[in-house]
Design a protein around this ligand. Sequence first.
Ligand code: SAM
Length: 449
Amino acid sequence: MKLTQELAVYFQQRFHSEYPLFLEAFSEPAPTSIRLNPTKSDSSEEVDSVPWAEHGHYLAKRPSFTLDPRFHAGAYYVQEASSMFLEEVCKQVLPLDNDLNVLDLCAAPGGKSTHLLSLLSQESLLVANEVIRSRANILVENIAKWGRHNAIVSNNDPRDFQLLEGFFDVILVDAPCSGEGMFRKDPKAMREWSPSHVQLCVDRQRRILMDVWAALKPGGHLIYSTCTYNPKENEENLAWFLTQVEATTLDLSLPAAWGVQDIRYQNIHGYGLYPHRLKGEGLFMSVLRKEEGKAWHPPKRKKGQPYFDKPHKDVIQQVAHWLKRPEELHMIQINDQLTALSAPAVRKMESLYRYLRVRYGGVALAEVKRKDIRPAHALALYTGLEQESLSVHEVEREEALTFLRKKPWPLALPKGWHLISYQSLGLGWVKGVPGRINNYYPQHWRIRM
Ligand code: SAM
């Protein structure tokens, strides 16, 4: 990859004596890395591990992930290694065993949200939000594939979260940025770069921070990150933000061998990951603690008036035996969609459904039409699915790909619903009807190649 003249001058000024090293790293291919889903994959010892992420691995070459059924089953997420630094920050700063309300404000496509789901306790609640409607679809898909029940996906502008004043213990702002850490992989990001685009990003980042700040409870943590190296969008922006709000930035203690740069600017302490110092594309991350503000007060509810519609008891009974631990879940019905929410979080969920545009919540269980109960696709991917209560049809790779492509498949199975499984991981549903099977893999998720 070759830098434009304007960027060559800019990076020279940015990295000074380290510029030749940066240039050398920039001319090499970007490393490929994945993060395993610990509830769906076993970690192998003989891998090149990402130092700051327990389940992060580098791969020697980039395979075709699309043609790996395990990828579609949510066994891993393809994620750039420096983004996984979030794990070290969470482990050092957050009481991860507690029951936390966490907002990932700029969440699509879902790399950091799925990572947070692996780090948080089962009792915690994650709101994965994406303001751009079309990008919220891929976020729903990736959250569903991760197979947990303690997340919701919303499609809101940052300012909408002001209705949830003091609600969150943690807010991650992985801000839209000028994307210098994307240049090596994405020449389009490089062509879009200009000083005026950087300024546009700075202004937008400031607006996002100001808009969402009220939603953080006093004593709560805001993790700010970008995938750019530009100080204007990173430490300088946070220094400005600290002139507007009462907060302090926190220190981490990191092994020098990782090569993460300690950044100190005015009253800001941040961390820079650069491609010439470590195996990753680049990231800036800093943690702020909120020192003032109002705590959350849940809205009053009329006694005996539950916010969510309760499904019919026969439906609850029938679906409960598909689940390993139904007692951990609270079933609700919205129109004909049966959904399970995390039972300990259900009161909090009411507020989220009330104030946010919720695109997906908990785990979708089934579509209910009178006596017909059709299992939802997300249920096939859910780690709490009791496979022993179902008819499971285990397939080899080629058959799995035929299923994922929704191609004609001469498969004979008894009447009724069957889970298609690959290496014991649920992929989706088929229904046996006389003379054939119907493939219920979602049309818009199918493999097109
Ligand atoms: N956190 C994601 C992950 O790890 O997969 C990547 C997020 S990406 C760096 C930034 C996201 O912010 C994009 O999905 C983008 O659509 C969203 N975004 C763009 N403008 C925004 C705005 N004004 N407010 C909030 N989010 C915005």
